[in-house]
Design a protein around this ligand. Structure first.
Ligand code: C2E
Ligand code: CA
Ligand code: CA
Ligand code: CA
Length: 278
């Protein structure tokens, strides 16, 4: 068939060539995205269900490119990791999130943590900790209002990551383990890394009321977290039923569409102001 660019591929190879082209396009435009201010952060509330208040937010990156349109993070983060751009993008995300959180604090809004997703590749950078320290100094945000989320990954150098995480934790930053339960080595991560918080993956929360296996897993994770003195957040909570089961399991913190999708900063401000008034 003939491609928009004029190239012609043998039948059957087209999907592969198309995805290869897509990857090249993303990489090409990604290289200019920071300078052209194409990234934005949206924020999703983490809610304390005992008090019904927002205790923190997770920052999630959004990319809108003039040629490619909106590209979801699952499409460009892996590419940014492969071509090394993740260091630059990751630093932009941390700075932006800290700046924004400081802005809210300076406006007199209730203080809360901002969580930032770290890519495993960012641990290959031995300067990670001092860079984060510099961003905190620059923005004036106290370390206890920053949280870093890490995911499990077999290809992470355990010693390197453990050193970096210990340094970060010593600064007063909290470390959360994202997508807990989906990796190959969840439990050894708890042993090897200075983790403060578990985020139970949304796949365990889906249909919590109907799926007994999920309920058993969630119950067990919460009990384990209590024994290990870890905080727990349930992710991807969408329904009243899921929330109810979580409440029964003694889960205090939740995140998900039930309360709010990720939203722009102005919207977070509105929610915080409502909190203050109510
Ligand atoms: P994640 O860190 O596990 O983030 C949660 C994802 O679930 C987000 O997708 C969020 O929009 C979505 N979500 C939140 N609540 C619900 C819900 O109730 N139901 C459902 N079905 N989904 C919900 P998003 O924003 O597309 O991000 C996808 C992934 O991309 C993130 O997964 C994270 O791994 C990665 N990511 C996003 N932003 C960044 C970033 O700044 N840096 C890095 N390294 N990775 C990022
Ligand atoms: Ca996350
Ligand atoms: Ca997650
Ligand atoms: Ca995830």
């Amino acid at each position: 068939g003939t491609q928009p660019g004029g190239a012609s591929y043998p039948v059957g190879a087209e999907p592969i060539m198309a995805s290869f082209q897509r990857r090249m396009d993303i990489e090409f435009h990604l290289r200019k995205a920071i300078d052209q201010r194409e990234f934005q952060l949206v924020y999703q509330p983490v809610v304390d269900i005992y008090t019904n208040r927002m205790v923190g937010i997770e920052s999630l990156i959004r990319w809108n490119n003039t040629v490619l349109g909106h590209v979801p993070p699952c499409d460009f983060i892996p590419i940014a990791e492969e071509c090394g751009l993740i260091h630059h993008i990751g630093e932009w995300v941390i700075r932006e999130a800290c700046k924004q959180n400081m802005k809210w604090q300076e406006a007199g809004l209730p203080k809360m943590f901002v969580a930032v997703n770290l890519s495993r590749r960012q641990f290959n950078d031995t300067g990670l900790c001092s860079r984060i320290e510099k961003i905190l100094a620059e923005t004036g945000l106290q370390p206890r209002y920053l949280e870093l989320e890490i995911t499990e990954s077999m290809s992470m150098d355990v010693n390197l990551a453990a050193d970096a995480l210990t340094q970060l934790k010593n600064l007063g930053i909290r470390i959360a383990m994202d997508d807990f339960g989906t990796g190959y080595s969840s439990l050894s991560y708890l042993k090897d890394f200075p983790i403060d918080k578990l985020k139970i993956d949304q796949s365990f929360i889906k249909g919590l009321k109907q799926k007994q296996v999920n309920a058993a897993i969630v119950n067990t994770v919460i009990a384990m977290a209590k024994n290990l003195n870890l905080l727990v957040v349930a992710e991807g909570v969408e329904t009243e039923e899921e929330l109810q089961v979580l409440r029964e399991c003694g889960c205090r913190f939740v995140q998900g569409y039930y309360y709010s999708a990720p939203v722009k900063p102005a919207h977070i401000e509105d929610m915080l102001l409502q909190d203050v008034r109510s």
